[in-house]
Design a protein. Sequence first.
Length: 220
Amino acid sequence: MQISPSVLNADLADLANEVRRVEGSADWIHLDVMDNHFVPNLTFGLPVIERLVRQISLPADCHLMIADPDRWAPQYAEAGAGSVTFHVEAARKPKMVAKDIRKAGARAGVALKPATPLSTIEELIPSIDMILVMTVEPGFGGQAFMTEMLPKVQQARRLADAADVDIWVQVDGGVGPDTIERCAAAGADVFVAGSAVYRADEPALMVELLRDAAENAARP
C-alpha cells in the first residue's frame, strides 16, 4: 500500500518545503500538472517540476491533466519524475506515449475520467505500469469522493491482475480516512490524498494513518 500525497492543497509557493513535510512517511509526492485546456485549472508545468525534483528525496508521481501528452509526457520523465501518468482521453497515440515514458526512465501510468470506461485502455495493458481511476472529476482539489467509482476500481484490479506484468491501481480524488478503506477493499494499492494530508495538523502522521487503514482493509 503506497501513499502519494498531492500538493494541490499545499502552499504552491513553497513546494520543496511542503514536500519535505511528508518525506520519511510518504512513498511518492503527487504533482498535478494542469494546463487550463484539458481541465479548467492551471497549476505548474515542466520547469517547476524539473527544478523541484532536484530539491526533494521523494520520487515524483506526475499526473498530467494536459491537452497534448504525446508531446509533453516523455519530457516529464526526462526531467526526473519517477512515474508519469497521462489521460487516455487526451492522447492521440497512447501506446506510443507509454512507450516513450518508459524509454525515458519512468513508470508509465494511464488515467481515466469518471465517465471513461476501462475498455478504452484494455489494449494498453502490456504497455503501462499503473491504472489511475479518478474518483472525482479532474481539475480541482477538495472534491467529494464518488462512491459510484468503486466498481470501476474493482474492474481495474481484475484487469491488472489478469496481466503478466505488475500493474498498480491508483485512486485519486476525495481519498481520506473515511474513504481509503473502501478503495483498498476494492483493490487499489496506490492512494492519492491531497486535502486529507495537507490540511491535517501533522501531514506525515496522517500519511501513516492512511496507510494503516488501507493495509487493514486489504487484509483477507
